[in-house]
Design a protein. Structure first.
Length: 292
């Protein structure tokens, strides 16, 4: 039983931060679920990720029948609603929710909003890379165009190999990834959710238990893609600072050139000030494509 994400290596949770932005796109193999091996579209953000096909063992992913089939429940952020045209022109950088902050990652053609600084949200420079690394220092998963919720809490991690700015104690992280062409859009949606949950909440050495939903259509704000959800049960809890559970949501879209790109949010659950399903869904409802 393995989880291997498109842009994945073995990392740990309290996000590591690498301030360099990389440019090569890599491919990765992911094995997911019980007795099922999937080829993930190695959509590795900004490159730098492993492409040797090594697999992270055991993220006990309980999955529905087929990773590329239809829909299943997606807690908190579910379903597809009527799509509308994405904003264009000068207004495109304005938040869809008044008072919120807008993050844009042109490389992955995603734009989204998060609550204001007063609500404990920090938006990074779009080029800053957040990654979880393996024992050699190579990134397993990488995201750019990121934002953090409530930094500075308990500095304890279920993945002891955290790198960079790991240990900041943030309760949630959002960002974009992708760039590969392998696999289906549904597979990529599922694997982005599963792999970020795997590395952020334990990694290879402290494998969390993960249940990944089927990918389901996501049609909002001009995006026609898929979304998937990973429910995470954290196994390694060296202190009360480590959450007992977590939730991960992904949104995957395919560009005209055939590359697939993902938007991911992973959030602690079962701790004070944790994001609610409604709050996560409100953020997801702001995700939209960039112009061009």
């Amino acid at each position: 039983m393995f989880w291997h994400q498109n842009s994945l290596h073995t990392l740990q949770r309290r996000q590591p931060l690498t301030v360099a932005s990389r440019r090569s796109k890599k491919t990765l193999i992911a094995a997911v679920g019980i007795g099922m091996a999937l080829v993930l579209s190695g959509c590795n953000d900004d490159g730098g990720g492993a492409t040797d096909g090594t697999k992270d063992e055991g993220a006990r992913a309980t999955q529905p029948k087929s990773p590329s089939s239809g829909a299943s429940e997606s807690p908190g952020a579910s379903g597809s609603s009527g799509s509308s045209s994405a904003p264009s022109g000068p207004a495109a950088d304005k938040p869809l929710v008044a008072g919120w902050q807008t993050q844009t990652r042109e490389e992955h053609h995603f734009r989204y909003d998060v609550p204001a600084k007063a609500d404990k949200w920090r938006v990074f420079n779009p080029d800053v890379s957040l990654s979880y690394n393996d024992e050699t220092g190579k990134p397993i998963v990488v995201m750019t165009g990121a934002a953090n919720y409530r930094e500075g809490g308990c500095a304890s991690s279920p993945n002891p190999k955290a790198f960079g700015e790991a240990g900041k104690g943030q309760l949630a992280t959002v960002g974009t990834t992708g760039g590969g062409k392998d696999g289906s859009l549904q597979e990529n949606a599922r694997n982005w959710a599963g792999n970020w949950g795997f590395v952020a909440y334990g990694g290879k050495d402290n494998k969390p238990k993960i249940e990944v939903s089927q990918a389901k259509p996501w049609k909002r704000n001009g995006i026609e893609g898929y979304t998937a959800t990973a429910k995470v049960t954290v196994v390694n809890r060296p202190s009360a600072c480590v959450p007992p559970k977590a939730i991960v949501h992904s949104i995957a879209q395919k560009l005209p050139d055939g590359t697939m790109h993902g938007w991911v949010v992973y959030a602690d659950q079962g701790v004070p000030n944790a994001l609610t399903s409604a709050e996560i869904e409100k953020i997801m409802n702001t995700v939209r494509p960039t112009d061009g």
